[in-house]
Design a protein around this ligand. Sequence first.
Ligand code: SF4
Ligand code: SF4
Length: 70
Amino acid sequence: MVNITLQMERCKGCGICIANCPKDALAFSNHSNHSGYEYVQVNEETCVKCGTCYIVCPDGVFVFTETITE
Ligand code: SF4
Ligand code: SF4
């Protein structure tokens, strides 16, 4: 299972990931990080773990990990 986590403190609120998500699964969270930027949140219901946000984010906010279940 692929898990997606966000390092919110790295987000600069540029919106590039929101514009490029093919499933409209990203949106601004209405919360700011310690640098004052409004960071994004993922809608787990619609996210398909495609990795596009990971590729386009210039600040390394998205982290994908895989959980191996047997
Ligand atoms: S992994 Fe894909 S579907 Fe999920 S938030 Fe990122 S760009 Fe959108
Ligand atoms: S592309 Fe990265 S820095 Fe820009 S809003 Fe999305 S998560 Fe934040």
